[in-house]
Design a protein. Structure first.
Length: 829
């Protein structure tokens, strides 16, 4: 959720604030839900709030007369934070010991407030060269060499307070009911029925916990705007609309404004539909004639911020970026803001804000007292992009609405991001890693309180076909007007294919160049061949002039290509991660998988990432991937839906060359399979080919072990290399999954120590699963990888160690010592 500076004026008490008695009518629920959720939130909060200790080697200054001064702190090596550095503060406490006699944890939890030697906001980070660009709170207290801390902005502080702090103890009594509703399947009737809204959604409106489920391009935002404008016919409604980012919040605000204008709504003219927060884009509202929705903000300041934000992505030096961010921060800090008053003003019918902004008002004294008395400042809350918000966040936000909670989103797009959830027990993990939509899977069979949108208007039919078959079982339909839409796609794409797999193996004989390598800070991933592929693609003038997106799951690759685009002067192209582009669209999308074989995300999340990336495209999509990447289970379904091709240069131009199944081949067949080719019998190649066709048969001992009933007790299987230990594990795993079929929130881990085994283990698990259904009348469904994670022991430890102020990098490959040190610290605590 986007952070916004919160320097509003004190709570306004000169009018009676909006107040509605809460009557969601949710059934009672087990108090254990709250205990588990509170534990998970506290764990996540602590993990995301940990300070990072760095050592300053030297300090340099970058100054401009009109833009101020930025201090560059050089740490001497590449650096990357486990959390976003946006809003982070760098500082040195007076008592900080350069010899590290005291742990970072002891400073974070000191019972006294230490004097600060120097302190400033982190404006920009050059991760590769290890430089932090800082704006000082006190210019006279300059950074010094030696150790210092970087403290992240505490995005989760309010959520943690709601679930764990004493100030919300009285409010928490019905939090279990809200958590249960966030798990799904609970849709009580609204306390005061009123048949308003869009005609086909009036029955849906009669529930106090609703879902608007919209796959990509189906018009979730448009429908939200139309419904809100229509329900304003009910004079008792006061509506809060929240979304995850400033861009998404602006989009839904504009949709509401346009819908209200089309209905000749007096509320729009009277300034009763307002977008609050300093992150709003004035240009977006001005271009549509809706600047009146920004009443209470300073339009001139927003205009300057818009201009500076537009310049940011064009800069290719860290110094320019840092100075520009400093200017933006100073403009926001110095501007007036009436958001707090607007939030509780009964004359304002619709308030639109980021979820972070809205959540922050839960700690406002006026709002907190209201909640304690069983009231809320709004009747209805629309939570846009709800699939990105955790169940705990949705439960907390629901306190702001008295009658109705509406979740808008898609369970098959990105899920909430949680660092700590993967090492928590399932009953706690579900509150962070799952959203209020995660339970939704079947688009064709939903309760009345879940309204499904099926007609999409974004993607060209060819792109829609790929996305629909890949993630939605062919459910999506393309609107007639989209099928007839005039295309301005460059002929290089329009005359060939709109859905292309760029087969990187055919681009270079050097396999190393198509593989991923570590990015700056040894954290993210980049692919070295991508720039040369893009250079060929952008040699076409039509492609250069298109409006496009380069998307990758990996931050380092996105940043590298963004810098490349800036150097090429491509103002109509943007490069970013998949996570930052949900809700956006472009005519052409290039999706670089980079390292699809890395298993950085579970199977189900990889599918969501791919789905979001492909569905940003209006006219055409190009997937950059190697054959081995496309063979991964979450990409394999695309092979028969994309056109495998490469670009070849011919007469100073480029053209597409299709990679046919014969000749170059998507998969080259063994030489012995080709007609007219003789191969000596018994050769190694023939033996390997035959071996692949054979089905392994378990030995007597392996069969005995796999037949054991797993009763929860520890089991140790010992054996020499090649004795079949992994086969036993895979069979146990398959049987466990079968036994737990249909269970709620089932999550199973299989942990291994040899990374090269990952693919073999996956194939062995699927083979064991298929063998369980042999002889059955009906075909067994595919193995449910969405419930199972294959994890390398190093990845597990890397997630656990920070909770004990340890880092996996300090232990390298000594997993036993890392685990022992972790347990020792747990015992000491």
């Amino acid at each position: 959720m986007d952070r916004e500076e919160d320097n509003d004026e004190p709570t306004i008490a000169e009018f009676q604030p909006a107040r509605f008695h809460a009557e969601l009518g949710l059934p009672s629920a087990d108090d254990q839900l709250l205990k588990d959720a509170a534990t998970s939130v506290r764990q996540e909060f602590r993990d995301c709030s940990k300070w990072k200790r760095l050592r300053c080697r030297k300090v340099s200054i970058f100054a401009e007369r009109d833009r101020g001064t930025v201090y560059v702190v050089h740490v001497g090596s590449s650096v990357e934070f486990d959390w976003t550095w946006e809003g982070a503060v760098a500082f040195r406490p007076k008592s900080l010991d350069d010899n590290a006699l005291f742990s970072d944890f002891s400073y974070e939890n000191a019972a006294y407030e230490d004097e600060i030697v120097w302190q400033g906001e982190v404006l920009e980070v050059d991760e590769r060269n290890g430089c932090l660009f800082i704006s000082l709170d006190n210019p006279e207290a300059m950074p010094t060499t030696g150790s210092f801390f970087v403290r992240p902005f505490e995005f989760l502080s309010v959520l943690d307070a709601v679930f764990n702090e004493s100030e919300f103890e009285a409010v928490r009594q019905d939090l279990p009911h809200r958590l249960a509703a966030a798990e799904g399947g609970i849709h009580p009737s609204v306390a005061k029925p009123n048949r308003v809204g869009l005609p086909h959604m009036q029955d849906w409106w009669q529930h106090s916990w609703n879902v608007l489920w919209g796959p990509p391009g189906t018009g979730k935002t448009w429908t939200t705007g139309q419904q809100i404008a229509a329900v304003l016919d009910d004079p008792t409604e006061r509506i809060l609309v929240v979304s995850t980012t400033n861009r998404a919040t602006d989009a839904v605000a504009l949709s509401i404004g346009n819908a209200a204008r089309s209905r000749s709504s007096v509320e729009l003219d009277e300034g009763k539909l307002l977008r609050i927060g300093k992150g709003a884009s004035l240009q977006s509202f001005s271009s549509t004639g809706l600047e009146s929705m920004l009443r209470g903000t300073e339009s001139e300041v927003l205009h300057k911020i818009d201009d500076l934000a537009g310049q940011l992505r064009l800069f290719d030096t860290w110094e320019e970026k840092a100075l520009t961010r400093k200017q933006i921060g100073e403009l926001r800090a110095g501007s007036g803001d009436q958001s707090k008053r607007i939030f509780v003003d009964p004359d304002v019918r619709v308030v639109i804000a980021t979820a972070f902004k809205a959540m922050s008002y839960l700690k406002d004294n006026l709002v907190t007292k209201m909640l304690e008395n069983g009231d809320a400042p709004f009747t209805t809350i629309f939570i846009d992009e709800a699939g990105l918000m955790s169940r705990t966040a949705i439960a907390a936000l629901s306190y702001l609405a008295a009658r109705r909670v509406v979740l808008v989103g898609d369970s098959k797009q990105l899920a909430p991001i949680s660092r700590i959830s993967r090492i928590l027990p399932t009953r706690q993990q579900t509150w962070l890693a799952s959203s209020g939509l995660s339970h939704l899977d079947d688009l064709e069979h939903t309760p009345k309180a879940v309204h499904v949108l099926s007609e999409q208007r974004r993607m060209h039919p060819d792109v829609c076909k790929v996305v629909s078959d890949f993630q939605y079982g062919g459910f999506l339909k393309t609107a007639v007007e989209t099928q007839q839409r005039e295309s301005h796609l460059p002929s290089l794409l329009k005359d060939f294919s709109r859905a292309i797999w760029y087969v990187l193996d055919e681009e270079s004989g050097d396999l190393a160049s198509i593989r991923a390598e570590r990015g700056p800070g040894n954290k993210s991933w980049v692919r070295s061949i991508t720039p040369s592929v893009l250079e060929k693609l952008f040699s076409d003038a039509g492609v250069r002039q298109s409006k496009g997106l380069f998307i990758s799951p990996y931050k380092a690759q996105a940043q590298s290509i963004a810098k490349l685009f800036a150097g090429w002067g491509l103002t109509d192209w943007e490069a970013s991660t998949v996570h930052s582009q949900q809700g956006s669209e472009a005519d052409v999308v290039i999706f670089d998988t980079v390292n699809a074989g890395s298993y950085n995300w579970p199977y189900e999340e990889w599918k969501r990432l791919v789905n979001v990336a492909l569905s940003r495209a209006r006219e055409a999509v190009i997937v950059l991937a190697s054959r081995s990447e496309m063979d991964e289970p979450y990409l394999k379904p695309l092979i028969r839906r994309l056109t495998p091709s490469i670009l070849v240069e011919e007469d100073n131009r480029v053209r597409w060359e299709r990679i046919e199944q014969q000749g170059k081949g998507i998969r080259r067949r063994p030489r012995s399979d080709k007609p007219g080719t003789e191969t000596g019998k018994g050769g190694m190649g023939e033996q390997i080919a035959q071996r692949k066709d054979m089905k392994p048969v378990l030995s007597q001992e392996q069969q005995r072990l796999t037949n054991l009933n797993l009763d929860g007790k520890p089991r140790l299987v010992r054996g020499v290399a090649g004795s079949g230990k992994s086969i036993v594990l895979c069979n146990w795993l398959a049987k466990t999954v079968k036994r737990l079929e249909g269970g709620k929130n089932v999550r199973i881990w299989a942990v291994y120590a040899n990374r090269s085994l990952h693919k073999l283990l996956r194939e062995s698990v699927e083979s064991a699963w298929n063998s369980l259904s042999e002889g059955e009348l009906f075909e067994k469904p595919s193995f449910p990888w969405e419930q199972v994670s294959l994890l390398h022991v190093k990845d597990v430890l890397a997630g656990m160690l920070p909770s004990a102020s340890l880092k996996m990098d300090d232990f390298e490959f000594d997993y036993d010592r890392a685990a022992e040190e972790f347990l020792n610290r747990q015992d000491a605590a």
